[in-house]
Write a new protein. Structure first.
Length: 281
C-alpha cells in the first residue's frame, strides 16, 4: 500500500480518531459474529486429543469432524480458517470457558443435556452419536450382555462402563484408564476386551492409520448423544447464526463429506444429519 501525504490537520484528526477507537467500549473480545469480521479472530473451543473429532496434530494443525464443522460455521460467520484461534476446552471446563468469554463457541463432542442447557445455549444438534463398544475385528462380542466376565475399559470419571455393568453385564470387569488412547492400547494388546464411549469417538480412534483393520464397532445404540455447539447463555444471535450455517452445511453436502473423511475407515454407520434446532434427548 502506498503512503500518501496528509496535512497536519488531517494527521491530527486521524490520531484522535484512532485514540477514541482504542479507548472505546471494546472489552477485548474481537470474536464478533458479523459477516464482516474486520480482520479479527474468533476463538473456538475444541478437544485436542480425540482423533477423528478434535485432534492437535504433531505439526500444530488441527483435524477432525468437530474441527471441520466449526471451520465451516466460522466461514459462514465471516471468518477464514487463518482467523480461527483454536482453544483446548476439556470437558469439565466447557461451561466456564463460555461464561468467562474465553471462547465464542465450543464444538467438542458436547452432548446436549437439560442440565447443561441451564448454563449454556446450544446450536444444533449437528451429530447424533450413541454409546457403543469397540472390540477387536475378530471378537465374538456382539451384544452388551456378552461382556459378562470380560474386561471393559473406559476413562476415569466416565459413566459409560458403569452404565453397561449396571444395565447389561453385571459380571463385567471394569478397567479405568486415564485416557481413551490408553484404553485403545489395552484393547490392542489384549489387556481389555472392549472399550466403551460414544461411537463417534471410538470410530475416530479406530480410523487412525496405525489401527486400520484391527478393530470394529459393535453397532449398539446404548444411548443417544446429540452433539451441539455451545455458546454463552443468552447469546441467541450467535446461536441462530450457527444454526443457519449448520443447515447450509447439511444441504450442500459438506456435512456428509466431513463424516466420510473423518470416520470412514472405521466403517462408522452414522445416523443421518439431525434436524437442526430440534433437540431431542
Amino acid at each position: 500500500m502506498k503512503l500518501r501525504k496528509v496535512t497536519a490537520a488531517a494527521a491530527a484528526a486521524l490520531v484522535l480518531s484512532l485514540t477514541a477507537t482504542a479507548c472505546g467500549g471494546d472489552d477485548g473480545d474481537d470474536s464478533s459474529t458479523g459477516s464482516d469480521s474486520g480482520g479479527g479472530k474468533i476463538k473456538i473451543g475444541i478437544k485436542y486429543d480425540q482423533p477423528g473429532l478434535g485432534l492437535k496434530e504433531p505439526d500444530g494443525s488441527f483435524s477432525g469432524f468437530d474441527v471441520d464443522v466449526a471451520t465451516y460455521v466460522a466461514k459462514e460467520l465471516g471468518y477464514e480458517a487463518d482467523q480461527i484461534e483454536w482453544v483446548e476446552t476439556k470437558s469439565a471446563d466447557r461451561e466456564n470457558a463460555l461464561s468467562r468469554g474465553d471462547v465464542k463457541m465450543i464444538a467438542a463432542t458436547y452432548s446436549i443435556t437439560d442440565e447443561r442447557k441451564e448454563k449454556v445455549d446450544f446450536a444444533g444438534p449437528y451429530l447424533l452419536a450413541h454409546q457403543d463398544l469397540l472390540v477387536k475385528a475378530d471378537s465374538d462380542i456382539t451384544e452388551a450382555t456378552d461382556l459378562n466376565d470380560k474386561k471393559l475399559c473406559s476413562v476415569t470419571g466416565s459413566t459409560s462402563a458403569q452404565n453397561v455393568k449396571n444395565d447389561f453385564a453385571p459380571k463385567a470387569q471394569l478397567r479405568e484408564y486415564g485416557t481413551y488412547s490408553e484404553c485403545i492400547a489395552g484393547l490392542q494388546s489384549g489387556a481389555v476386551d472392549a472399550v466403551t464411549t460414544d461411537d463417534s469417538i471410538l470410530a475416530g480412534f479406530a480410523s487412525q492409520d496405525q489401527y486400520e483393520g484391527q478393530f470394529k464397532l459393535a453397532g449398539l445404540k446404548l444411548s443417544n448423544e446429540n452433539y451441539g455447539i455451545g455458546v454463552k447463555k443468552g447469546d441467541t444471535e450467535t446461536m441462530n447464526k450457527i444454526n443457519e450455517a449448520l443447515e447450509k452445511m447439511v444441504s450442500d453436502g459438506a456435512w456428509d463429506t466431513a463424516v466420510k473423511e473423518n470416520f470412514g475407515p472405521a466403517d462408522y454407520k452414522n445416523e443421518p444429519a439431525p434436524e437442526i434446532g430440534n433437540i431431542v434427548q
